[in-house]
Design a binder for this molecule. Structure first.
Ligand code: HEM
Length: 465
């Protein structure tokens, strides 16, 4: 069995330290090596910090499932959608969503035009706060969420739209309410407490209330889509799913229902909004702190994209330095520092250890991204490490796993990469970023948000170029 913190049965290991959980995971790996265990309550958590081992683990079908935690399944009896479902249902939804992304998304498509439109609006909004030190505005998130709206429902909202703001608040409430279930997942005995106690302690009733609101909101969307559905020309993901519902999935194990569609959509909003928004915000903060890198990036963008022209995917090859900066930001920010948890479906021998069935498997991206075997001076922002001697971008790099890998690798990776390229180039083409006069920015993650690296909210100075 792997070394680490076995703790006591039922209670597990409760640390008496002020160190963050992340710091403790780093300590554990330093002390015991690349595979360590930490029992939290009744849940065994296995952490893997070695890049090769993480890739090997993530490629195994026995480690491809998600744990059946309520905080993942939103208290649904049967996990639906794509992020928390398993088996044939997950597989069908993953294939379906990837197909949608491909058909709606890449190359010439509506989705690229949608991202460009949002990038233009975002730049205008950022210009409004030029020369006034302020945090990166909420408009950044609106722009990113609108891209998911375009993909899912073929629509986008104005930056100040009331319905959009309400929906965003609902997503935040849902997110907070599901997070509160974590303790109950690790101490499942608590599930037998009377309902009113659980409502008070874990906010089960609040989660149900937010879910209900979401389903009502979503039902309107589905009805709108049903009324305008053209079977020969599905315009978005909802249309395509409704058509599949009519035709049937062809497998008794694959649920096709409006509830599944709603939860699949929710997964995309959750997985695709904070991640991209936070990466862009980290990028702005890093560039503000590294003016020489910012200037080199702007010079490249100016050479490749005439003023007012926005990037498309075809421009990527001509923007190697920009690509390199984005990769460095993804590496240094390690948004999901311990990845998204998987679960062992049976006892497994791995890396010289027995990994018991039911263990949650976490791949410590933050450690791989700081591993000196792969990264010289890992703490430094060094775009050049991604460029070959001819200045060409080198795609395949060991030690880099911001999107995970293997069977459950981020489903939106290509969309995220496209968004990062278009938003970043649009911003840098028209704007420059700097810390407020006489101060610096802290580019480390906000310690108030555990296990999901979030940029600190801090003032930044924007100037129009
Ligand atoms: C910079 C942006 C992003 C980063 C860093 C990121 C990272 C990740 C990571 C680390 C995972 C977990 C992989 C695993 O379980 O091993 C993941 C899963 C996922 N991501 Fe992303 N992601 C990003 C953007 C997006 C976008 C834009 C979308 C959607 C359109 C998306 C949709 C998903 C979904 C649906 C999953 C779950 C896949 C599954 O369980 O099969 N992500 N992402």
């Amino acid at each position: 069995l792997p070394p680490g913190r076995w703790g006591l049965p039922v209670i597990g290991y409760i640390p008496l330290t002020r160190k963050s959980m992340e710091e403790q995971i780093v300590d554990l790996h330093k002390k015991h090596g690349s595979i360590v265990i930490w029992r939290m309550g009744c849940q065994l958590m296995v952490f893997i910090s070695d890049y090769q081992q993480a890739k090997e683990a993530m490629a195994k079908s026995e480690f491809a499932n998600r744990p059946d935690w309520d905080m993942f399944t939103f208290l649904e009896e049967l996990p639906l959608g794509v992020g928390s479902s398993n088996g044939a249902h997950w597989h069908a939804n993953r294939r379906f969503t990837l197909r949608q992304l491909r058909d709606l998304g890449m190359g010439k498509s509506k989705l690229v035009t949608g991202v460009q439109e949002q990038a233009r609006k975002l730049v205008e909004r950022l210009k409004e706060q030029a020369n006034e030190p302020k945090p990166v505005p909420h408009a950044m998130k609106v722009a990113v969420v609108n891209v998911i709206w375009q993909m899912v429902a073929g629509k986008m909202f104005d930056m100040d739209d009331k319905r959009m703001k309400e929906f965003d608040k609902l997503l935040e409430d849902l997110n907070a309410a599901t997070f509160a279930l974590g303790v109950r997942d690790f101490f499942p005995g608590l599930k037998y407490l009377p309902k009113f106690v659980q409502n008070r302690v874990f906010g089960l009733d609040r989660l149900e209330e937010f879910k209900e609101k979401f389903f009502i909101y979503f039902d309107e969307l589905i009805q709108e889509h049903k009324a305008s559905l053209d079977p020969d020309n599905p315009g978005d993901l909802i249309d395509a799913y409704l058509l599949e519902m009519k035709e049937g999935s062809g497998s008794p194990d694959v649920v096709r229902s409006e509830r599944d569609l709603a939860l699949l959509t929710l997964d995309l909003f959750f997985a695709g909004s904070e991640t991209t928004t936070n990466t862009l915000t980290f990028m702005v903060q890093y560039l503000a702190m590294h003016p020489e890198i910012q200037t080199t990036m702007q010079r490249e963008i100016d050479e490749v994209l005439p003023k007012g022209t926005l990037a498309t995917l075809e421009d990527r090859a001509r923007l190697p330095y920009t690509e390199a900066v984005l990769h460095e930001v993804l590496r240094l920010s390690s948004l999901l520092p311990i990845g998204a948890q998987h679960s062992a479906t049976k006892d497994m021998h791995f890396g010289g250890y027995l990994i018991p069935k039911g263990s949650a498997i976490c791949t410590s991206a933050m450690l791989m991204h700081a591993d000196p075997r792969y990264w010289e001076k890992p703490e430094a922002l060094k775009p050049e490490r991604w460029l070959d001697e001819n200045g060409k971008f080198t795609t395949k790099k060991e030690g880099f796993l911001p999107f995970g890998s293997g069977k459950r690798v981020c489903l939106g990776e290509s969309l995220a990469r496209m968004e990062l390229l278009i938003f970043a180039t649009a911003m840098l083409q028209s704007l420059s970023f700097a810390p407020p006069k006489g101060s610096t920015l802290d580019v480390t993650a906000d310690p108030a948000v555990p296990m999901f690296h979030t940029p600190r909210k801090q003032d930044i100075c924007i100037t129009v170029r």
